[in-house]
Design a protein around this ligand. Structure first.
Ligand SMILES: C=C(O[C@@H]1C=C(C(=O)O)C=C[C@H]1O)C(=O)O
Ligand SMILES: [Mg+2]
Length: 461
C-alpha cells in the first residue's frame, strides 16, 4: 500500500480538570471506493457510520466509528453548543497545507419543539460525530485519518490497535471487488394519513387566505416494508447509482439510517465566502425534450410557484444582508432540473463579515421558507398542529464543518429513515393561498419518486 505519513497531533482540550488528548494521524492512500470503505465497517462500526458527497462530486466524506459525539436535546442554543464544543476540541489543531483536517459531521433536527412519537424517538436534536476513521476524497486524492480523543495519558497501545483496524479497512476497500447490491424487495406500502394530509392542505390554504400566515410547508410520510432486512451500503449504492446530481448522504445512529439525495444547499462556507440556494416551486420532468422544455417554461411563468419561490429569496437575501459585507442575488429564478423533477432556483452568494460563521448562518437560515414558511414562527406552529408526525432530520440541516470554519449543509429533503426491514420516506410542498390539495398531493408523489426508486418501489399514478 502506498502510504504517506502526514500528521500526528496531540493537544489538550477544555479546562485542566477535563483534559482530553486529540491524536490524529493522516495518510494518503491509493484511490479507493468510498462505498466499499463504508461497507468495510459493517461488522465493527455499524450504527456509527456516515457518508456524504457534495453535488459537484468534488468532495466525498466517510466516517466509521465515533471518536467523539456532540449531542443535545436543548431547544435553544443548540447551534452555539455544537459550535462551542467543536471550537474547544479543535483549538490546538495545527493545520497542514493540503491535508484534510478532522471533520464534524451531523445534523440538527427540523423542529426541536415537535414532541410527536415515532421513528425519531430517542434521536437528539443535534447529533454530530467526529469519526474514528475518516476518509476524505478530494482533488483526485484519498486520505484516511485516525482520530482518537481520550482523557487517557497513555493511549499509544490503543492507537496502535486503531492503526491495525485502519489498515484492515483500507485493504478491504481496495482489494475487494466493488460489490453490486440488489435493490430491496418491497412487500407493502402505506401512504400514512393521506386523508389528513389532503384536509390539512385545504385548511392551511384557508388560514393563509385569512392572513394567518403567508406560506407554510406541509409534508407527509410513506412507509415501506421489505421482504428482508435492508443494509446501509445497499441503500447508499442505489443512491449513488440513481441520483448523481444531488447531495448524497447517509447517517447511521444506532439502528436507524437517515439517507437521501437532496438538490438543495442550505449553506456552504469556503474561505469567508458563503453560498446558499433558494429552491422552491416544482414541476415534473417531461417525457420528451419538447414536453420537458414546455413544462419548464410554464414553471418559470407560473404565479403560484413564483410566489412560493419569492418568499425563500426574500428570507435568504435578508440573512445574507445581515451576515455579509456584500452579496449577490440574481433578479429572476432559473430552472434546476434533476432526474425526477424541475425546480425554480436562485443561487445566492456573499462575502461574510467578521462576526458571521457557518453555524450562525445555519441557525439564521433554518428553516427557510422552502421547508418552514412565512412568518417562520407561525408556520412552525401550524406545522406542529397539522402534521401528525415528527420530521426528525427530514428537511433539516445536515452536513459538516472543519476546524477552520469551512463546511457545507444541505437541506435534507428527498430523504427517509431506514430501520431494519422498514423505511419511512418524507415529502412535502409549499402551501400558499392558491394551493389545491390534489395538485400538492401529486407534487409530493413526484418528490417521493427518487427515494422510492432507490428502494425498489414505485407508486401508481
Ligand atoms: C418540501 C420538499 O421540497 C421543497 C418544496 C418545494 C416546493 O414546494 O415546490 C420545492 C423544493 C423544496 O424546497 C420536499 O422535497 O419534501
Ligand atoms: Mg411546491
Amino acid at each position: 500500500m502506498d502510504q504517506k505519513w502526514l500528521q500526528t497531533t496531540e493537544f489538550e482540550v477544555g479546562s485542566t480538570n477535563s483534559k482530553l488528548h486529540f491524536y490524529i494521524e493522516t495518510i494518503e492512500v491509493n484511490r479507493l471506493s468510498a462505498l466499499a470503505f463504508f461497507a468495510a465497517g459493517e461488522s465493527q462500526h455499524k450504527g456509527k457510520r456516515f457518508f456524504w458527497q457534495n453535488r459537484e462530486k468534488t468532495f466525498t466524506l466517510v466516517g466509521l466509528g465515533h471518536a467523539y459525539t456532540i449531542e443535545n436535546n436543548a431547544h435553544v442554543n443548540r447551534y452555539n453548543h455544537v459550535e462551542k464544543i467543536w471550537k474547544h476540541l479543535t483549538e490546538n489543531i495545527v493545520k497542514e497545507e493540503q491535508e484534510p483536517q478532522p471533520i464534524l459531521f451531523g445534523g440538527f433536527s427540523f423542529d426541536p419543539l415537535n414532541e410527536k412519537s415515532g421513528e425519531w424517538d430517542g434521536f437528539p436534536n443535534s447529533f454530530f460525530a467526529v469519526a474514528t476513521f475518516q476518509l476524505v476524497i478530494q482533488n483526485e486524492k484519498a486520505y484516511v485519518s485516525i482520530h482518537l480523543i481520550t482523557d487517557d495519558d497513555d493511549s499509544m497501545a490503543q492507537f496502535d490497535s486503531l492503526r491495525k483496524e485502519r489498515d484492515r479497512l483500507i485493504h478491504a476497500a481496495q482489494v475487494k471487488e466493488v460489490k453490486t447490491y440488489n435493490k430491496p424487495l418491497v412487500t407493502s406500502y402505506e401512504e400514512r394519513n393521506k386523508v389528513e394530509y389532503l384536509n390539512s392542505v385545504q385548511k392551511v390554504a384557508n388560514l393563509i387566505k385569512n392572513k394567518e400566515a403567508q406560506k407554510v410547508v406541509i409534508a407527509r410520510a410513506l412507509s415501506l416494508q421489505f421482504k428482508d432486512k435492508v443494509t446501509s451500503p445497499q441503500v447508499l449504492s442505489q443512491i449513488i447509482n440513481e441520483q448523481p446530481e444531488s447531495y448524497l448522504f447517509g447517517l447511521e445512529r444506532e439502528g436507524l439510517l437517515f439517507f437521501g439525495a437532496s438538490p438543495e444547499r442550505l449553506v456552504k462556507v469556503n474561505n469567508g465566502k458563503a453560498y446558499s440556494s433558494c429552491i422552491a416551486g416544482s414541476i415534473k420532468r417531461g417525457k420528451t425534450a419538447e414536453e420537458d422544455f414546455a413544462l419548464g417554461q410554464s414553471l418559470l411563468n407560473d404565479a403560484k410557484n413564483l410566489g412560493e419561490h419569492q418568499y425563500v429569496v426574500e428570507m435568504i437575501k435578508d440573512t445574507f444582508a445581515k451576515n455579509c459585507i456584500h452579496y449577490t442575488v440574481p433578479k429572476n429564478p432559473r430552472l434546476l432540473k434533476i432526474r425526477d423533477i424541475q425546480h425554480l432556483y436562485t443561487p445566492v452568494e456573499g462575502q461574510l463579515n467578521d462576526n458571521a460563521n457557518i453555524l450562525q448562518l445555519v441557525k439564521d437560515l433554518h428553516p427557510t421558507p422552502a421547508l418552514g414558511g412565512v412568518p417562520r414562527q407561525q408556520a412552525l406552529s401550524i406545522i406542529r398542529q397539522v402534521e401528525p408526525m415528527n420530521r426528525g432530520l427530514y428537511a433539516a440541516p445536515l452536513g459538516w464543518i472543519d476546524a477552520e470554519g469551512n463546511g457545507e449543509f444541505a437541506v435534507a429533503i428527498r430523504s427517509g429513515a431506514l430501520i431494519e426491514n422498514s423505511a419511512i420516506l418524507y415529502a412535502g410542498g409549499g402551501i400558499v393561498a392558491e394551493s389545491e390539495p390534489i395538485s400538492e398531493y401529486e407534487e409530493t408523489l413526484v418528490k417521493f419518486r427518487s427515494m422510492l426508486r432507490v428502494l425498489g418501489g414505485q407508486l401508481n399514478e
